[in-house]
Design a protein around this ligand. Structure first.
Ligand SMILES: Cc1cc2nc3c(=O)[nH]c(=O)nc-3n(C[C@H](O)[C@H](O)[C@H](O)COP(=O)(O)O)c2cc1C
Length: 181
């Protein structure tokens, strides 16, 4: 009888512990590439409203104003964007990349899509099975082509449709991010 009571007591403890099992906190990363600071400002707001870790995707070689001249077919950005296989080198210093459940990736729209440095970043860390959401700033183009291009190129990622966040207030950004939980 004593044994049965002990077993029952142990079982009750186990069941109680199971019931109390707290939901694991979702960990968010806000990674961004920004050549002239516009996307960086949005990324900072997004990290603030989501409680995410802010991380800058840094090119090994910084883009100069001449590199960014889209009118010049020979400029670095033009050459990179004309070659879909270009992978501009990045500084690989993202810690515990695998620990994030939700990863926002921000960039300026270049030639209607994401700069190829975003391919470098994704290929460096993989993010298979993770939820990835793009955000961008632009001179007016949408992010739709980037959403489509990358979902097709990296099918192991759980993509959620991204958005251009030009002119979004912190409140607007929070409302958008809250829908993506
Ligand atoms: C090389 C290059 C290509 C661009 N291509 C586009 C484009 O196709 N559509 C668009 O709306 N804006 C385009 N832009 C404008 C940027 O997307 C916009 O200025 C962005 O907010 C800059 O962000 P950043 O300051 O974070 O670099 C381009 C800018 C550069 C430098």
């Amino acid at each position: 009888m004593k044994h049965i009571l002990l077993i029952l007591a142990a079982m009750t403890q186990v069941l109680t512990a199971c019931g109390q099992n707290p939901k694991k906190e979702m960990k968010t990363l806000v990674a961004y590439f920004s050549a002239t600071g516009t996307t960086e400002a949005v990324a900072k707001d997004l990290a603030a409203v989501t409680g995410g870790t802010l991380y800058e995707i840094k090119p090994e070689v910084t883009y100069t104003a001449a590199d960014l001249d889209w009118r010049n077919k020979e400029s670095r950005s033009s050459v990179e964007m004309q070659d879909k296989s270009s992978r501009p080198a990045i500084v690989r210093d993202l810690k515990e990349a695998d620990s994030y459940d939700r990863i926002f990736i921000g960039f300026p729209v270049w030639w209607y899509t994401a700069p190829t440095i975003i391919n470098t970043f994704i290929e460096a860390y993989g993010f298979a099975g993770k939820t990835v959401i793009f955000f961008a700033t632009s001179g007016g183009s949408t992010i739709d082509k980037a959403n489509k291009d990358f979902a097709a190129a990296y099918p192991k990622i759980n993509w959620k449709a991204g958005k251009t966040l030009n002119g979004f207030s912190k409140t607007d950004i929070k409302a958008w991010a809250d829908k993506l939980k």
